[in-house]
Design a protein around this ligand. Sequence first.
Ligand SMILES: Nc1ncnc2c1ncn2[C@@H]1O[C@H](COP(=O)(O)OP(=O)(O)OP(=O)(O)O)[C@@H](O)[C@H]1O
Length: 250
Amino acid sequence: MLNIQNLTHRYGNHTVFENLNLTIPPGGIYGLLGNNGAGKTTLLRMICTTLQPQQGGITFRGDSIFQQPVLHRNRIGVVNGGMNLYDQSSAKAFLHFFGHLHGLKRQQIDRRIDELDEVLHFRDFLLQPAEQLSTGMRQKIIIARAILHEPEVLILDEASSGLDILTRKTLFDFVAYYRSAKRTILYSTHIMEEIERLCDTICILDQGQVVSETTRNRLLLKGQSMEEHYFESIQMPSQALRLSRTGASA
Ligand SMILES: Nc1ncnc2c1ncn2[C@@H]1O[C@H](COP(=O)(O)OP(=O)(O)OP(=O)(O)O)[C@@H](O)[C@H]1O
């Protein structure tokens, strides 16, 4: 459904991708893993159309996302670690603002807020100014904002960072709920347990290249943990792998 074709991108002299090809299937949770600097954020920014590749293209259900960016942005929802609310505004005003940007009417936004409250439980603090909300409360509103317009694809980039155990559980429950609604979730994180627990398909990027794409079922059949698979895929030297298994620092 999301096809990435011959993507090439450089920042100055630094090549991040050279002819990258990847297909993200419809439905399910697609996990993206990779060391710092592997190119995950650059790829996600392109999938969101906030960054244009120098060569190659991305299609979503056959449409070039760069030729029709407005159409595409209405089909996706994004949560990344850098997002925040407007301090002086209430969460409700924030949701209404972004709902209107997606072309939703007041009543539609109110109906969606009611629906999402059943999963994310934010009713109690909906009218408070954002500056009074905790990190977890804010994250719930940021997630609600991302799916207010019922996007077909939800992109979560380091979405669990800064969350406590309870709010992370809410995030995981929410991701499972969104998956069960037959949506596609693109999930990028450094936390292997999250990938292992949530993702149906796992893609590992290393220095701008796909070094592995597999499914959770295949890993289960092989009896291999996500961590073992990761280090094998990025061809970590055996000594470092042994040290990482024992928890010692190199
Ligand atoms: N705006 C930019 N200008 C110049 N170089 C950049 C820019 N953004 C990213 N890079 C470089 O591109 C490469 C890929 O960065 P990117 O942020 O996509 O990696 P990442 O996999 O998301 O890393 P991390 O896990 O640390 O977030 C890195 O070498 C980075 O230094």
